[in-house]
Write a protein that binds this ligand. Structure first.
Ligand SMILES: [Cu+2]
Length: 287
């Protein structure tokens, strides 16, 4: 597998630098007011270039209109497709959740490989890799992960670097959210029932983050951090749609937590819809 990890300046950092350059006042680009993450395990605090992670009260200066990169996702093309599963459908395997009476109330199956009724594969993240140009600021909307019936929902999703990740606990039990970037811990936070959401700006990573629960070993979620918004995740019909794609030829990649990656070339025309069909046999491996 190839886990790309780039120590790039986050999107908001770039915007801040651009503004500072225009204004000729570098002083305004400081990271003062960066919120402390308290007592959590945190490997990112040494990365001084990171933007004001978690600082919601005193956000960094926003770029002026003239300093804005091209508007996000302003193309007119669409990529649509399906991820097929051609192999033997895995036998549902019940999770052993007896250790926690709350979790044990709801029976759940292992979800590492979920094949839909129409022989498509669920929880596949599909995204563009090569061919994307321009800068795409993170959306202000938070990306959400909920802990529900002792499972992460959604299990797989993509976000834009610089976007805030919000993790909620709707269960009447303790979870411990342990996030990894590659093999390194990003943060590790206990979240008791009824406690506020954990919010964290994901700024300086390009790859697939993993969420694990240190209390319930079966819990896992996967978040692909992208530097653009051209991605989608397959659901109950295995289909995906990526909209507002600029005209161009791209490499499109699918990522599955157990079955790994597949790639294809795709050409997007003005106002056109490009069809991409991807397929897994179920015998692949890799992340
Ligand atoms: Cu848990």
């Amino acid at each position: 597998m190839t886990m790309r990890r780039a120590r790039f300046v986050g999107r908001s950092g770039l915007a801040t630098l651009a503004l500072a350059a225009l204004a000729g006042a570098w002083g305004c680009a400081s990271n003062e007011g960066r919120a402390s993450e308290g007592a959590e395990e945190d490997r990112s605090s040494h990365e001084g270039h990171a933007s004001a992670s978690g600082d919601r009260e005193a956000p960094p200066p926003q770029p002026t209109k003239s300093a804005e990169p091209p508007p996000a996702a302003n193309g007119t093309g669409t990529i649509h497709g399906k991820v097929a599963f051609t192999g033997t459908r895995p036998t549902p395997t019940p999770l052993k959740r007896d250790q926690d009476p709350f979790c044990a109330r709801t029976a759940m199956n292992d979800e590492q490989v979920v094949v839909n009724d129409d022989a498509t594969l669920r929880n596949v993240i599909v995204h563009l890799t090569k061919g994307v140009t321009g800068n795409y600021p993170a959306p202000s909307a938070h990306a959400l992960v909920e802990q529900h019936d002792c499972m992460y929902r959604p299990r797989a999703q993509a976000i834009v670097a610089g976007q805030t990740l919000e993790i909620k606990n709707g269960d009447q039990t303790l979870h411990n959210v342990h996030t990894y970037q590659g093999t390194e811990t990003l943060f590790n936070r206990a979240q008791i029932a009824g406690s506020p959401a954990i919010e964290r700006e994901i700024t300086d990573y390009e790859g697939v983050m993993t969420l694990k629960c240190d209390v319930h070993g079966w819990m896992a979620a996967f978040i692909l951090v992208s530097n653009h918004p051209f991605f989608a995740t397959t659901g109950e019909d295995g289909s995906f749609t990526i909209q507002n794609v600029p005209v161009g030829t791209y490499t499109i990649e699918s990522w599955h937590e157990k079955l790994g990656r597949k790639t294809q070339e795709v050409t997007v025309t003005r106002d056109g819809t490009a069809e991409v069909n991807l397929s897994y046999a179920g015998t692949e491996s890799g992340t």
